[in-house]
Write a protein that binds this ligand. Structure first.
Ligand code: BG6
Length: 479
């Protein structure tokens, strides 16, 4: 008998902006990600705020899923996926974000896409905003620092909930809503919320103002969704990079407790429906005005989520007296006091590989919230090479996925965690979010496209394709 429930949602995860392409087709407007150039490891992407014809923007074409979705979904079906996590590009539906009427061609695209998935019995799992917001809302309204944008988001949510109420059951509001607390890398705040910090602003205060508006937007969307279809399952989505104390020194322990609050702040509100004591205390001590409006407590209370989706790639470590971090530590958690963990290996992009950290995460999140969890991203970004017969033997990726799936099964079977499903990130090669590279590949299906946008876009199965197919077929018994 399988250690996982029969309805376990095995799938794959993607995001509209990283793979659809068709960035200006059929009435689509510009999104904040459409004005981000390509970077590479150690060289950040630039936010140009408008399309500069002299520059290369990798998300404009992605992997051209917009035109190839039937071919790709047939491959997902062959792999045996039970669900596909992707997102709706807000700018296909509302090109500028502040329109009253939606763009019918954009709505039709997702109708066709969901129909194609449902034809094969693949359940769509949909994120409303995965690192994108209409550029117009960023440049004209200041993004989520403006409360009006929360209402535009609620209108967008209502429109798609209504349209797809009989096709989509599983939703999430914002992708990795907590990632924007990392102000060292401006792309998180820009893509999550359409916000840039101005000179002489207090970045932390702005962050919490933005956070408040986005928490209100998320809660409003949940309430609207439940009214439209009470069977909807609407989740929050966070990035979870667990933070270990460097030692049993009580100072390191306290450092870890404090640092972990950056991870928990958003789900604490989205799951419980009110602000945690540590946040209220901080606002009071620092004199922050987060833009609270009378009635917000009720909005938050009425908009709590049904489940918690999260991404897990790595863990990190803090040390209370670590020297100020160097740029190299940014990928390891982006925390002022983070240090390398001597017990674990890192990927080629410096991400610490820690499967036990996933079991730890599942336990910590379930103990804290007691609602179903969903691993909606996990995977290894690596360079893949063809052998002389045209095959890719990605054993390193299989090893990574196997060890993390095993850790998840242990958390369910031995620790009693309620886990809904597992969708590896970038089930097919797509544009990397942090670097904009194609070279950093997560897929179980290779796509012929390089960092400069060259390549035929041909799809080729890697060894991990058949391996994962067998994992799904045996419901995790054979890994
Ligand atoms: C998560 C995001 O942060 O990590 C994805 O939700 C992203 O959009 C993924 O692609 C992996 O990051 P990267 O930078 O390696 O693509």
């Amino acid at each position: 008998m399988s250690k996982l429930p029969n309805n376990f949602l095995w799938g794959g995860a993607l995001a509209a902006n990283q793979f659809e392409g068709g960035y200006n087709e059929d009435g689509k407007g510009l999104s904040v990600i459409d004005v981000m150039t390509a970077g590479e490891h150690g060289k950040p992407r630039q936010i140009t705020k408008q399309v500069d014809p002299e520059k290369y923007y990798p998300n404009h074409v992605g992997i051209d899923f917009y035109h190839k979705y039937k071919e790709d979904i047939a491959l997902f079906n062959e792999m045996g996926l039970k669900c596909l996590r992707t997102s709706i590009a807000w700018t296909r539906i509302f090109p500028n974000g502040d329109e009253e009427q939606p763009n019918e061609a954009g709505l039709k695209f997702y109708d066709d896409l969901f129909d194609e998935l449902l034809k094969y019995g693949i359940e769509p799992v949909i994120t409303l905003s995965h690192f994108e917001i209409p550029l117009h809302l960023a440049t004209e309204y200041g993004g989520f620092r403006n409360r009006k944008v929360a209402d535009f988001f609620a209108h967008f949510a209502e429109t798609v909930f209504e349209r797809y109420k009989n096709k989509v059951k599983y939703w999430m509001t914002f992708n990795e809503i907590n990632n924007q607390m990392d102000t060292d890398n401006p792309i998180f705040l820009w893509t999550n919320s359409g916000v840039t910090i101005e000179e002489n602003e207090n970045p932390e205060e702005v962050l919490y103002q933005v956070a408040h508006n986005e928490l209100i937007a998320s809660a409003k969307a949940v309430k609207i969704g439940k009214t439209i279809n009470p069977d909807f399952q609407i989740g929050a989505m966070i990035s979870h990079v667990p933070i270990y104390p460097y030692s049993c020194n009580p100072e390191d322990m306290m450092e870890a407790v404090k640092a972990n609050r950056l991870r928990f702040f958003f789900p604490d509100v989205q799951v419980r429906g009110f602000y945690p004591g540590y946040a209220n205390k901080m606002f009071e001590t620092k004199g922050y005005d987060i833009g609270w409006v009378t009635g917000d407590d009720q909005i938050l209370q009425e908009g709590t989520v049904d489940y918690l989706g999260f991404s897990y790639y790595m863990s990190t470590v803090v040390k209370h007296d670590a020297e100020a971090y160097t740029g190299e530590n940014v990928t390891n958690g982006g925390l002022p006091n983070s240090v390398d963990n001597p017990y674990i290996e890192q990927s080629d992009w410096g991400w610490a590989i820690d499967p036990t950290g996933l079991r730890y995460t599942l336990n910590v999140l379930y103990d804290r919230y007691q609602i179903p969890l969903f691993i909606v991203e996990n995977g290894l970004g690596a360079v893949d090479k063809f052998d002389d017969k045209g095959n890719i033997h990605d054993d390193y990726r299989i090893d990574y996925l196997r060890s993390h799936i095993k850790a998840s099964i242990d958390a369910v079977h031995e620790d009693g965690v309620n886990l809904m499903g597992y969708t590896p990130w970038g089930i097919i090669d797509i544009v990397s979010f942090t670097t904009g590279e194609m070279k950093k590949r997560y897929g179980l299906i290779h796509v012929d496209r390089d960092n400069n946008g060259e390549g035929s876009l041909k799809r080729t199965k890697k060894d991990s394709f058949d391996w994962f197919k067998n994992v799904i077929q045996t419901n995790g018994e054979s890994i």
